[in-house]
Design a protein around this ligand. Structure first.
Ligand code: 1GP
Length: 240
């Protein structure tokens, strides 16, 4: 499998349980300049809700990935470029690390050519995903760096995801994770809300993920974060 995410700087994550900003369409989201769409949410997810958003985004040419939170919501859709399946490294409940994955493999014929895991470290204890997974969010930059190294070197993960869902995280944590990785791609998500917040995290993470902003503020705000992420990469490339 190729690794398209190695070329990305920015992802919009659409939660099928939430609406778009007033007056906006999925076409508007696809025109923000983001590199990919990830369709996924934590709470109250169903296959139908997933299907509806995937259908709506299918005709645009932005790469489209589903991020299923459990086997019951996986959608088989030809417009999908693939599946990015979370596995939570610091989950207290093993179901989120390997349990759901085992059930999925047991009950379906997984297309591995189109499936990649994202090795999550969840860092915001107040996020619903932290509660759901019983994550131990008390992690120092060194801890997160060690998780990142374990994921890449021991488990061969291609994507490490530092997740602060809902709040802007600690750039030192993201920097530590970035320094620990050799070739894996580092995703950062949480609280990205404007040009500067995107730029700050994109100075360390390979890819910044924008979630709530698209639903709460809309596409103009998302476009600013795309610019922030792209400018961070441009500056980094120029200084080499
Ligand atoms: C959530 O990392 C994403 O899984 C994005 O977080 O909603 O805080 O932007 P936000």
């Amino acid at each position: 499998m190729t690794t398209p995410w190695a070329e990305w700087d920015h992802i919009v994550k659409l939660d099928p349980d939430k609406t778009l900003a007033e007056g906006e369409t999925f076409e508007d989201v696809c025109r923000t300049g983001t590199d990919a769409l990830e369709i996924g949410g934590t709470l109250d997810m169903t296959q139908e809700k997933m299907q509806r958003v995937i259908d709506a985004c299918a005709k645009y040419d932005v790469p489209l990935y589903q991020e299923p939170s459990n086997p019951a919501v996986v959608v088989d859709h030809e417009a999908l470029d693939g599946y990015l399946v979370p596995t939570v490294l610091n989950a207290g409940d093993i179901a989120w690390a390997t349990g759901f994955h085992k059930e999925w493999v047991k009950t379906s014929d997984v297309n591995w050519d189109r499936t990649t895991t994202e090795a999550y470290v969840i860092m915001n204890p107040d996020a619903s995903v932290a509660e759901l997974t019983d994550a131990d969010c008390d992690q120092s930059p060194e801890d997160v760096a060690a998780y990142a190294e374990v994921a890449e070197q021991m488990y061969g993960q291609e994507i490490i995801y530092v997740e602060y869902s809902g709040v802007f995280g600690d750039p030192d944590v993201v920097e530590a994770a970035a320094d620990a990785l050799e070739a894996a791609t580092l995703f950062y998500g949480g609280g990205i809300h404007d040009y500067d917040s995107a730029r700050t995290m994109a100075e360390h993470a390979d890819v910044v993920v924008v979630g709530d902003l698209v639903h709460d503020e809309g596409c103009d705000a998302v476009r600013e974060t795309v610019e922030g992420a792209k400018d961070a990469k441009k500056t980094a490339a120029e200084s080499v």
